[in-house]
Design a protein around this ligand. Structure first.
Ligand SMILES: *Cc1c(COP(=O)(O)O)cnc(C)c1O
Length: 394
């Protein structure tokens, strides 16, 4: 069966060029970048080349990039590191209701250490109102954390507008940009952010490597202690193959992302218009225009997202409900409920996220299969029978 992968927001396949770039560092070039000898220097060179490539992708200096084990560590480092470094000056964090769990749970952990957390709401489209952020700032606020684009519904936040507020208030601003780095043009100075998280496996690189951008002068403590790596900001022998792969993926993204975004935007719009035209009682979640080029997220009344996924999977189509991380629980996603979507409707949600290897044929397959599957499930649904009697729904 030819499979259709529509779960690029969960993870992306690696580019073949990335695997080639990583390969030598598993075998011949295994030296520790901290070793003085020539084999160590080969590792060091790979790490520093990568740092330059990643910096180039987000418009910062190489020295401002700290490699991490992924997006989760970068988010944790930003939040815990800034709060612990600033605990004499403040004890307040502002974040939003639709952040990734890496941000939400790190903030919750800081609560156990005596910090207060204000959670800014979002509107029906998933947009944060910068005025709500401004209102929440107090003399004790240390850090504001707002994601650039949401991993479930794709809504893109007005980061540059929010950073005007954080700058004026003199409060550090962290942005989880895991869904945008390598997909949208990013310049940390134009965005006005102090800290920014990214993850290689969301941009056709390997899993288990990411980075945190830290603006020079930012007061932040390390998460890991034990060595002087990463300019004493992240102890531990570097993941050299992973970092080499991340650099290659960043270089290729710099070259290809504009064209890819154009193609995916056209596919996304075809998918959204096609589904809404073919299926009744279906809703697009997230902002119609201000959204990631690759993301479509729908709710279908009267049925369960998990059942839709199972039928799609049986036809070779890989999609997801909310985020990959919450798929084991049957609670509706915190993102969808924060958008004001009723719990019953949130349960009938499907996220389709596309990428580099998506074809128009894939989009057409989904446009044929999804309405048919929704119709079949609704015909069996007790919810729909209640509402419409035994008349076939579609
Ligand atoms: C995937 C993701 C993360 C976590 O990144 P990992 O590298 O998988 O730890 C964090 N934030 C967002 C928005 C994500 O999509």
């Amino acid at each position: 069966m030819q499979r259709v992968y529509m779960d690029y927001a969960a993870t992306t396949p690696m580019l073949p060029e990335v695997a080639v770039a990583m390969q030598p560092f598993f075998s011949q070039r295994f030296g520790n970048p901290s070793s003085i000898h020539s084999m160590g220097q080969e590792g060091r060179d790979a790490v520093e080349t990568s740092r330059g490539q990643v910096a180039g992708l987000i418009g910062c200096q190489p020295a401002d990039v700290v490699f991490t084990s992924g997006g989760t560590e970068a988010d944790n480092h930003a939040i815990k590191g800034v709060c612990l470094a600033g605990r004499e000056r403040g004890n307040h964090i502002i974040t939003t209701a639709i952040e990734h769990h890496a941000v939400i749970y790190a903030c919750n952990f800081m609560k156990t250490l005596g910090f207060d957390v204000t959670v800014a709401p979002v509107d029906r489209d998933g947009l944060v109102d910068p005025a709500d952020i401004k209102k929440a700032i107090t003399g004790r606020t240390l850090l504001i954390s707002v994601m650039q684009a949401n991993n479930e519904v794709g809504t893109i936040q007005p980061i540059a507008e929010i950073s005007k507020i954080t700058r004026e208030a003199g409060v550090y601003f962290h942005v989880d940009a895991v869904q945008t780095v390598g997909h949208l043009p990013i310049d940390v100075d134009k965005l006005g952010v102090d800290l920014l998280s990214a993850s290689a496996h969301k941009l056709y690189g390997p899993k288990g490597v990411g980075m945190l951008y830290i603006r020079p002068g930012t007061r932040i403590l390390p998460l890991l202690h034990g060595g002087e790596q990463e300019n004493e900001r992240r102890a531990g022998t570097e993941n050299v193959p992973g970092i080499a792969g991340f650099g290659k993926a960043a270089e290729i993204a710099s070259r290809d992302m504009a064209k890819e975004a154009d193609t995916l935007t056209a596919y996304r719009d075809k998918l959204i218009e096609g589904i809404l035209a073919q299926v009744g009682d279906a809703y697009l979640n997230g902002h119609r225009q201000q959204r990631l080029p690759n993301n479509a997220n729908f709710s279908f009344d009267f049925i369960e997202g998990e059942s839709i996924l199972m039928y799609l999977d049986s036809e070779g189509i890989c999609a997801s409900t909310g985020s990959a991380c919450s798929s084991a629980s049957s609670e509706p996603s915190h993102v969808l409920t924060s958008l004001g979507i009723p719990v019953e409707r949130a349960r009938g949600s499907v996220r389709l996220t596309m990428g580099r290897w998506t074809t128009e044929g894939d989009v057409d397959k989904v446009l044929e299969a999804l309405p048919r599957i929704v119709g079949k499930l609704r015909a069996m649904s007790p919810l729909i029978k209640e509402r419409c009697g035994w008349i076939n729904y579609l």
